[in-house]
Ligand binder design. Sequence first.
Ligand code: SAM
Length: 181
Amino acid sequence: MSIAVLRLGHRLVRDDRTTTHVALVSRAFGCKKIFMTEVDDSILQTVRKVCVDWGGSNEFEIEIIHDWKSLIYSWKKENGIIVHLTMYGINIENLSLDSREGKNILIVIGASKVPKEVYSLADLNIAVGNQPHSEIAALAIFLDRFYNGKELVYSFENAKMKIIPSLHGKRVRIRKLKKLS
Ligand code: SAM
């Protein structure tokens, strides 16, 4: 079972920061891949640099797509399920995801208005509360509920830098690179 994110829509410049944060939350909280549409190259560079510095280059993938509908159709065809996070959905508080165990999940989140079809193509329209807020918050809370907090203690392989958690101050272990002979 694995989880991927489809970031649907991106308003150039205006959404740069939000889309970057969506990708960082996806990586940090247990998603294997993010599919994005129409993003600026600098977003890819930022996220890839985080993977190089803090780990995950081999565990987290980014793919730019041009046809989100084909992705959704092929995901469903391969027996995966589509979870669309929307304030119009069933409140996550009133839903159990247990019966979907073992299936690959594609989480769809929007930037501005999400096309109507997404609501019918989704297997589950899930609301993180039925109030408008943010895709970053919705994604983080969904993943936390899904993993029951286990995503918070996940550690990545091949990290150059690793935090030594401290109540006071900042401590970071930096991996020394081997010298070429
Ligand atoms: N007005 C837009 C619409 O009708 O889709 C909402 C845009 S909102 C800024 C961007 C994204 O945040 C939405 O597409 C949705 O994925 C997510 N979102 C916002 N509030 C949410 C909520 N209460 N529950 C789940 N997702 C939410």
